[in-house]
Ligand binder design. Structure first.
Ligand code: ADP
Length: 274
């Protein structure tokens, strides 16, 4: 009823102004609804591992004369505690990147280093599933931005590629330079041969806490925040992230970031003189 009341009051000022005010109110309501959903989601996500920990600690107490069972419950408690730690860490990351301007302390970042560090984060897990990771094309390219945030974002994409792929498959990272309407960009494409994502889910996976299969995501320690963080980091660097996927065959997540051309030229000059 509020937008109507406002429109009645300001109608003499002209219908355009009224439209703007109504749109403003609708947007404010949308933002408020998103905030409320977020708080509800966070509460739910925190309650799940805490509830599990509480039940498991009771189980440990009841099984005090069965060392094997105690061992098993303790193992599960560790998993839940890790999940809780991941969730809290990602919530902190999300709130930090939403409040900070990543470009305030931006520097030219070597894409090769970015890709190596992102892959390092997933090496152990890839190894345990016998997944091969390979990267190509990053040599000599630089992007402009906050190194820590960019490694985190790219690491998330590689981590997902490994998580949502069966054993003995490949994860590839292909880097190239492209020119688009906003200038020279560096494109980083992470391709997997995993489970893929349906058209319907593809539209929603970048939302906070959205998971296609919550049980599977939780089993791999996923929080449902990873892609929301990726999207935010990439957008705040003046880039964009897109996804292409065929269900059952695999997915490609492509990130485009503004190139730091000056840093590339300097690198070239330095290597010319050395
Ligand atoms: P999560 O912590 O659950 O991995 P993300 O925000 O990183 O959360 O991803 C959201 C959802 O998108 C995942 O739960 C998964 O269902 C889907 N997804 C993300 N990356 C991939 C991928 N490479 N292949 C298949 N599904 C993916």
């Amino acid at each position: 009823a509020e937008p109507l009341a406002v429109s009645a009051r300001v109608a003499p000022l002209g219908s355009r102004l009224v439209m703007l005010l109504v749109e403003d109110l609708t947007e404010a309501r949308r933002i408020e609804a998103v905030r409320r959903d977020f708080v509800a989601n966070v509460s739910h996500e925190l309650k799940t591992p805490v509830g599990a920990l509480s039940l498991l600690s009771e189980a440990v107490m009841d099984a005090s004369d069965d060392p094997e069972a105690v061992q098993r419950f303790a193992g599960r408690m560790q998993i839940e505690a890790t999940r809780l730690t991941n969730l809290v860490q990602e919530l902190i990351d999300l709130s930090r990147i939403q409040n900070d301007d990543p470009l305030e302390y931006a520097e030219p970042v070597k894409v090769e280093v970015l890709v190596d560090e992102a892959m390092d984060r997933c090496r152990q897990q890839a190894g345990s599933k016998d997944i091969t990771m390979a990267a190509a094309g990053a040599e000599g390219l630089y992007v402009w931005g906050n190194r820590g945030q960019l490694v985190g974002a790219l690491g998330n994409l590689v981590e997902n590629a490994v998580n949502y792929s069966p054993a003995q498959t490949k994860v590839g990272i292909a880097v190239r330079r492209v020119a688009d309407a906003s200038g020279d960009m560096v494109e980083i494409a992470v391709t997997d041969q995993g489970i893929g994502i349906s058209d319907r889910d593809r539209e929603r996976i970048f939302e906070r806490f959205y998971r296609v299969d919550p049980a599977r995501s939780r089993a791999t320690g996923g929080t449902g925040l990873g892609l929301a963080i990726v999207k935010h980091v990439v957008a705040s660097h003046g880039g964009e992230v897109t996804v292409w996927s065929t269900e059952g065959q695999g997915s490609t997540f492509t990130v485009r970031l503004p190139e730091a051309a000056a840093a590339r030229d300097r690198g070239r000059r330095d290597s010319d003189t050395t």
